[in-house]
Ligand binder design. Structure first.
Ligand code: GLC
Length: 431
């Protein structure tokens, strides 16, 4: 039943025939509803591939190959994988104008491509494709080290909130200079995000410079770096699969260095409780905004058993910040600007739930992981494959009062949670 339902959502989100004809490989739009989200998005496609691997591995491989079609091949940002691509094929004029680029955006998104490629390979082994992807995935991570770690502390910086994937989150309000509450303020915040693109271009996308420009944006997000560590670890495994043993060892060491940096610079303890911090600006100010990205640290396994225990308790204590009827709200429900309905201001996003669910499993918290799975299933059963959900009512979230799409491709990630859990029960899970 789940396979049919998810395949149907993804199938309906394939690009129009006239767009497909122009593509080298097929990909899936995040949502075709209302004409929004037609180009390819980076982390969305990683989640799509993880879903497709269960019933259409050819499509899973195409989705990933398509994602790398517009990887930058020249200039200082060689290796960068853009967060939006296939703009020209879709006639996405406003995005082309915004980024002053024909084919793609000029910024990235959470790096999950090696994780997705490895997951697909485990279900539908294909060393030929893996070997084709490998140098590109390596170039992507080399780009992070070269261009986004100017202080060489092992942590990657983002230079635009869109790069975090958490576009409108309270996490970025202080750097954006606006703690938005009303609809007008939220709209103004979006305008600021658009304006920021030309500031990045004016400073040649140079993170080191942007860290010191007053109107720039520079942040080292905890979850983004946790994902990157996990992605490097997956790339190490891919290198191993391809028989590149020395490279595999080196990648593993790079992954461990990022894990260590996340651990050493991004967590703190107060009264025995673990806190996780994004680091903001060149001074690496520890952000105090409490958000669900902290649980993603479990995903990269950079926490000790007692640290993992502390953080996983915070997810389930009834009086705590995340105890909403449906978990996991993106922002603490006690945040002064918590808004359960509004885009990234306190909603449940199933891909984030997937990251947390996987992290819990990797620390052996099977029951807790199951609770996240059950909440995710209830949301879809009650409201469909919404882009995001209100954690209190379980209904579709909203952007400036408009309901979000109800057939969002990445919300099919619930399929991976369901099928993988069945395999765990049968003792056959591959990860
Ligand atoms: C929104 C989300 C972003 C996602 C994109 C496509 O911009 O904030 O994370 O990748 O939509 O679904």
């Amino acid at each position: 039943m789940w396979i049919e339902r998810c395949a149907c959502v993804l199938g309906k989100n394939l690009p129009e025939q006239n767009v497909l004809e122009k593509l080298h490989y097929r990909y899936t739009c995040p949502a075709r509803e209302k004409g929004t989200y037609l180009p390819q998005w980076l982390w969305d496609s990683c989640f799509h591939a993880i879903v497709y691997r269960w019933f259409d591995p050819d499509m899973a491989w195409e989705e990933l190959q398509s994602l790398l079609m517009h990887q930058f091949e020249e200039g200082p940002d060689t290796g960068m994988v853009p967060h939006m691509s296939h703009l020209a094929e879709n006639g996405a004029l406003s995005a082309q104008q915004l980024f002053q680029n024909k084919n793609s955006s000029t910024i990235t998104q959470p790096p999950l491509i090696s994780i997705a490629a490895l997951a697909v390979h485990k279900k539908a082994p294909n060393k030929n494709i893996l070997a084709k992807l490998y140098p590109k995935l390596l170039a992507y991570h080399d780009w992070f080290d070269r261009r986004r770690d100017d202080d060489h502390d092992g942590l990657a910086a983002i230079i635009h909130p869109w790069e975090s994937g958490w576009d409108a989150s309270q996490r970025w309000d202080s750097l954006m200079g606006l703690h938005a509450c009303t609809k007008e303020e939220l709209f103004e915040l979006e305008q600021k995000r658009k304006n920021l693109v030309s500031i990045l271009a004016a400073h040649k996308y140079d993170a080191k410079t942007l860290a010191h420009v007053p109107e720039g944006f520079y942040a080292e997000p905890a979850d983004f770096n946790a994902i990157r560590a996990a992605d490097l670890m997956a790339l190490a495994e891919i290198a191993g699969e391809l028989g590149k043993i020395a490279e595999s060892r080196e990648l593993e060491m790079r992954a461990k260095a990022v894990q260590q940096a996340v651990h050493d610079k991004m967590i703190s303890f107060k009264d025995g409780e673990l806190f996780v911090h994004d680091l903001l600006g060149a001074s690496e100010e520890k952000s105090a905004v409490d958000h669900a990205g902290k649980f993603v640290l479990l995903f990269c396994q950079c926490l000790s058993a007692s640290e993992a225990e502390s953080i996983s308790l915070q997810l389930f204590r009834s009086a705590d910040c995340y105890a909403t009827p449906f978990r996991v709200p993106s922002t603490s429900r006690f945040d002064a600007l918590f808004n359960p309905k509004e885009y990234w201001r306190g909603n449940v996003w199933l891909p984030v739930n997937w990251l947390i669910w996987r992290g819990l499993l990797s620390y052996g918290y099977k029951e807790k992981a199951h609770t996240i799975l059950e909440d995710s299933i209830s949301l879809v059963q009650n409201s469909g494959f919404c882009e995001f959900f209100d954690p209190i009512t379980g209904k579709a979230g909203e952007k400036y009062g408009q309901s979000c799409p109800r057939n969002q491709s990445w919300s099919t990630i619930v399929l991976d949670m369901v099928l993988d859990s069945e395999q765990i029960i049968e003792g056959k899970a591959d990860e």
